[in-house]
Design a protein around this ligand. Structure first.
Ligand code: ADP
Length: 244
């Protein structure tokens, strides 16, 4: 892999549904080494912005990842470039074990009967990912019985084994216990060192604890960007959060 830092650069992004402009000229650049939170009131266009990176054709704008233009590419190609996203409801295979889910994500196995059976056969990369995401003890646990937090970590692990360099996370701590939130914050802090990480999140306590930088959106536009302290001191941001 290349040693220059990874980046994701969105320029002048516009997404229109029928005539409704959901994202209206958004610029957003995030580099590896940052842990960026994307916040704003409901309907601000946060999810649509990250949808546009992986799966939604924008009306206008460019989305560049390490020199690759993503606009106009098919989702599978974008995933191959190393861009991954998670959803509020984790999309894991509930009937398969943690290890089987990771195997499938890594493209190592296609069918359950081909699944790895002993620990010795597990790829070193998958062992490392289970360790990082705190799932080693649950290797043989069916994903369907994992806690909400563990499912989110599995989903992140599935992106890691695909060698994703960009992680777009949609409300990862929604519904998590305090312990799970802290574990997630530590995981994301670790991942941000060598991934581009963008977190859409409503939880302000979590943001204050873990965000390294923040982009605030409202009504389809970026209205503020900076450190947590900078955006909290911004009068437009205060108006939006206190005025609604
Ligand atoms: P946020 O994530 O900031 O809450 P969204 O990106 O989900 O905001 O939505 C932005 C706006 O776009 C909202 O007004 C929403 O109703 C609208 N929107 C989102 N997806 C669609 C869609 N598929 N069709 C029509 N309108 C949509």
């Amino acid at each position: 892999r290349d040693h220059r830092p990874s980046y994701l650069e969105i320029r002048d992004l516009r997404v229109v549904f029928d005539k409704f402009v959901a994202v209206d000229g958004v610029d957003l650049r995030v580099e590896q080494g940052d842990l960026r939170f994307l916040i704003g009131p409901n309907g601000a266009g946060k999810t649509t912005t990250i949808d546009a990176v992986t799966a939604l054709a924008p009306a206008q704008g460019s989305i560049n990842h390490n020199g690759h233009e993503l606009v106009g590419r098919k989702t599978h190609k974008i995933v191959r470039y190393g861009v991954g996203r998670t959803f509020q409801t984790a999309s894991v295979f509930e009937d398969l074990t943690v290890l089987q889910n990771l195997d499938i994500a890594a493209g190592l196995r296609r069918r359950p009967r081909d699944m790895v059976r002993t620990r010795q056969e597990v790829s070193p990369r998958i062992l490392e990912v289970m360790e990082t995401t705190g799932l080693s003890r649950h290797q043989e646990t069916k994903a369907g019985v994992l806690s909400h937090g563990q499912k989110q970590w599995l989903e992140i692990g599935m992106l890691m084994v695909q060698d994703a360099t960009v992680l777009l996370l949609d409300e990862p701590v929604a519904g998590m216990s305090q312990g799970e939130r802290d574990a997630t914050g530590e995981l994301l802090t670790k991942l941000a060192a060598d991934h581009v990480v963008v977190v859409v999140e409503h939880d302000m306590e979590f943001l204050r604890k873990y965000a390294q930088s923040v982009t605030v959106m409202a009504a389809g536009k970026v209205i503020a960007e900076g450190t947590v302290a900078q955006v909290q001191a911004d009068s437009t941001v205060q108006e939006i959060y206190l005025g609604t």
